[in-house]
Design a protein around this ligand. Structure first.
Ligand code: URA
Ligand code: SF4
Length: 206
């Protein structure tokens, strides 16, 4: 596999990209997943949010953030004053990666090489949508966009600029909503509040 680059269509509208991504075999993940989960949202959204990889529900339904992490994201966006319907939501990697344990499909974090393989789709989405602000949800998205040395723990909530793009959009990195869901009871409220605070910072940067 040589990455997604060879699967990109000549026409770069979101609908042409979405159609072409259905047939991507740029890395090994297409083989076991149900379908490509492409980004969704307004064609010229002011905000693009980038998650990690589709989960079990997303894989079956073919849409990003429709499972538990999406539910938490919806609540946090509302508290930050961001209307989800105005956001283009996508993922750094577009096929579900999982292990099967006791008949259940359990999410696995994509490898760096899978993230690099899938990056052409993400860059093509950013080029088509041309948002004013990009929000990276978690380390996989942040490292896809900013490079492998980027640390969410030290840079979260800062208003940055996206590298590698002409006329770059603003960018804010924060944690992944699944990390808030996974936090221990004693830490969850604080983790959620910090997530909402980062999203609020992002919204105010516009
Ligand atoms: N987690 C992600 O990173 N993306 C989704 O679409 C769902 C869960
Ligand atoms: Fe292509 Fe990305 Fe799917 Fe890999 S994960 S096959 S690069 S769309």
């Amino acid at each position: 596999h040589e990455g997604a680059r060879n699967y990109l269509p000549r026409e770069r509208s979101l609908s042409a990209l979405r159609e072409a991504a259905r047939g991507c075999r740029g890395c090994d993940l297409y083989a076991d997943a149900t379908q490509t989960v492409f980004g969704e949202g307004p064609e010229h959204a002011r905000i693009v949010m980038v998650g990690e990889v589709p989960g079990d529900r997303e894989d079956r339904e073919g849409a990003p953030f429709v499972g538990p992490a999406g539910g938490l994201l919806d609540r946090a966006l509302a508290e930050a004053g961001i209307d989800r319907d105005t956001v283009y939501l996508t993922n750094a990697v577009k096929h579900f990666r999982f292990d099967t344990k006791g008949g259940r499909r359990v999410h696995k974090t994509p490898t760096r090489s899978q993230t690099v393989a899938c990056k052409p789709w993400l860059m093509a989405e950013l080029d088509a949508v041309r948002p004013e602000l990009v929000v990276a949800l978690g380390a996989t998205a942040a490292q896809s966009l900013f490079g492998p040395d980027f640390r969410v723990s030290s840079r979260r909530g800062q208003v940055l600029e996206l590298p590698e793009i002409d006329d770059p959009p603003l960018a804010v990195a924060t944690v992944h909503p699944s990390a808030v869901l996974r936090a221990r009871d004693a830490d969850r409220e604080r983790a959620y509040a910090a997530f909402v605070a980062d999203l609020t910072t992002a919204a105010r940067a516009l």
